[in-house]
Write a protein that binds this ligand. Structure first.
Ligand code: PEP
Length: 252
């Protein structure tokens, strides 16, 4: 049975103090109400990880970084390596987010280096893929997204691939308030799972968690999460409001 995952991505938001308060608020409600059968993750800025890890019960909630360096260590000013992330107590790393691909030129080649380092250091990559609006309008979104996966996580060994969480995030839905319909999400998730089956076999395809991301909120989460191939969400804006994030977690 594959895991259901609801992961927040705070992006470049919150001061350390605000972030710790937010994390504590989410942790308190998860402690009280439980998040049965759902793996909850908070993707915080690098600077916040240690304090968030210390402020919450990491048995209940995992912490993710939103990136890691493509090099193991050395003279790369400003970079944060996968080993450094792991040493903070984070267990996950978000890789391949469209904002990293588009604003920071992260190619498949760069992402493959990051993936290898993340896995070597025992981090679970939450690997993002997704198409821009023009590709959706041209109707070629499935080929585009599957090609993104072929160039990256499909290059991994089956053993390593089993450690990956996939997040399908149509770029036109990220931070725009426009959500993919639950049927659009299901179509893409089913296509991704079929491609995984072709590459790694049905058992591995049945085990991989595929999250939806893009303007997911307490109102639409239930409908989107009800689809057979949607195994949770990667949540941006709504993960920074404790009540909204908790409602999304409880949408299962
Ligand atoms: C994201 O950036 O991963 C995301 C899904 O953002 P939002 O929920 O704000 O659209």
């Amino acid at each position: 049975m594959r895991k259901k995952v609801v992961a927040g991505n705070w992006k470049c938001n919150t001061t350390l103090q605000e972030g710790v308060e937010l994390a504590k608020a989410v942790d308190a409600v998860v402690a009280e109400k439980g998040a049965e059968d759902v793996v909850v993750v908070m993707g915080t800025p690098f600077t916040h990880i240690t304090s968030v890890v210390d402020a919450i019960n990491t048995e209940r909630i995992g912490v993710a970084s939103q990136n890691c360096a493509a090099e193991a260590k050395g003279a790369f000013t400003g970079e944060v390596s996968a080993a450094m992330v792991k040493s903070t107590g984070a267990e996950y790393v978000i890789l391949g987010h469209s904002e990293r691909r588009d604003y920071y030129g992260e190619t498949s080649e760069i992402l493959n280096k990051k993936l290898a380092l993340a896995l070597e250091n025992g981090l679970t990559p939450i690997f993002c893929c997704g198409e821009a609006l023009a590709i959706r309008e041209a109707g070629t979104q499935n080929d585009f997204v599957i090609n993104q996966l072929k160039e990256t996580i499909f290059q991994l060994s089956a053993e390593d691939f089993k450690k990956i969480v996939i997040a399908y995030e149509p770029i036109w839905a990220i931070g725009t308030g426009v959500t993919a319909t639950s049927d659009q999400a299901q179509d893409m998730h089913a296509a991704i799972r079929a491609a995984v089956a072709e590459q790694f076999g049905q058992e591995i395809a049945d085990g991989v968690s595929i999250l939806y991301g893009g303007s997911c909120n307490p109102k639409n989460a239930n409908d989107i999460f009800s689809k057979a191939d949607v195994d949770g969400g990667l949540i941006g804006g709504a993960s920074m409001k404790a009540e909204d994030f908790i409602q999304i977690i409880n949408a299962y």
